[in-house]
Design a protein around this ligand. Structure first.
Ligand SMILES: NC(=O)c1ccc[n+]([C@@H]2O[C@H](COP(=O)([O-])OP(=O)(O)OC[C@H]3O[C@@H](n4cnc5c(N)ncnc54)[C@H](OP(=O)(O)O)[C@@H]3O)[C@@H](O)[C@H]2O)c1
Length: 291
């Protein structure tokens, strides 16, 4: 991966590092946890050998938060993206900083291409470039075909299919040579469970995106993959399901438990680490064996 970016990186204080994509210009959040009353720039903690930068969409909670935390522990400076849950995103930044890392939180709706450009602009302004992009933000609306509402279908297309595209397009333009790009697919593309049709279709798009983009970036040593979780213990999966339905998925999983966000973060970390280079253009299934 690219190194020696330090000379070009603007040195920002922690209070500069909480920004919104709608304003682009780094902003102090009045009363926010990152604002400092004396305005002094704190000492930036020394990092390990890995001084690279990662951006994770939808990392205020769930799988994205686990990925952001893991990549920070791996030594990446991290841009945390969120849609609505600013408090959770700020909490992620504080956690990363408490562990000795660096992070910023940036609001952006991935379905909006302009907002995604501003998200990457904010990352570049804070950290001077990007080495790893994880297109994780996603939503799930379930219904049988005959009952699926147009607005639910359209929103899944906008956030998952278009949002994934918006993120990967910006990644294709900006990730430095030797970097990594990961998009979140789902094992539902193989399970094909009733009510999951439109959602599964938007996740299958990620598999295609990864394999095509891997070829388009040939010669730049950028590996692009889709990671396909099974059932993972997050609001996206558990909301609206009875304990019996959840237990049914557990019983279909040979490891007899739900996946945890950290199970997926481990896989993304491996793909984004120094030994992940040779996996390229693949769909990596991480599901405890449910498929
Ligand atoms: N959980 C599973 O069982 C499972 C299985 C297979 C694949 N996946 C995939 O894994 C990814 C993460 O899922 P999860 O379970 O962690 O979901 P989650 O707990 O619901 O978290 C979703 C995250 O995405 C963000 N988000 C939602 N819409 C967004 C938008 N338009 N723009 C920017 N951010 C947005 C949310 O931000 P706010 O908090 O600000 O709203 C949140 O940070 C998704 O792509 C999902 O399809 C999940």
């Amino acid at each position: 991966m690219s190194r020696n970016q330090d000379d070009h990186r603007p040195r920002l204080s922690r209070r500069d590092l909480l920004v919104t994509a709608s304003t682009l210009v780094p902003a102090v959040i009045a009363g926010g946890a990152l604002a400092q009353s004396n305005g002094a720039a704190p000492a930036v903690p020394a990092r390990g050998a890995n001084d690279k930068v990662a951006l994770v969409t939808g990392s205020s909670r769930g799988i994205g938060a686990a990925i952001a935390g893991r990549l920070a522990r791996d030594g990446f400076r991290v841009t945390v993206n969120y849609l609505r849950n600013r408090d959770l995103a700020e909490h992620m930044v504080r956690q990363i900083e408490a562990d000795g890392g660096q992070a910023i939180a940036v609001q952006a709706d991935v379905s909006d291409p302009t907002a995604v450009q501003r998200l990457f602009d904010a990352n570049d302004a804070a950290f001077g470039g990007i080495d790893v992009v994880v297109a994780n933000a996603g939503i799930m609306r379930l219904a049988p075909f005959g009952e699926m509402a147009d607005e639910d279908f359209d929103r899944m297309l906008a956030v998952n299919a278009k949002g994934g595209f918006n993120t990967l397009r910006e990644a294709a333009r900006r990730v430095r040579d030797g970097g990594r790009i990961v998009t979140l697919s789902s094992s539902i593309t193989r399970l094909r469970t009733p009510t999951y049709g439109p959602y599964a279709a938007t996740k299958a798009a990620q598999d295609i995106y990864a394999s095509v983009l891997a070829k388009e970036l040939a010669g730049r040593m950028i590996s692009v993959n889709a990671v396909a979780p099974g059932v993972v213990n997050t609001p996206l999966f558990t909301d609206g399901k009875t304990p019996q339905v959840i237990e049914g998925f557990v019983q279909r999983t040979p490891h007899r438990r739900l996946g945890e966000p950290e199970d997926i973060a481990n896989v993304v970390s491996a793909l984004c680490g120094p030994d992940g280079d040779w996996v390229n253009g693949e769909v990596v299934y991480a599901n405890g064996g449910i498929v």
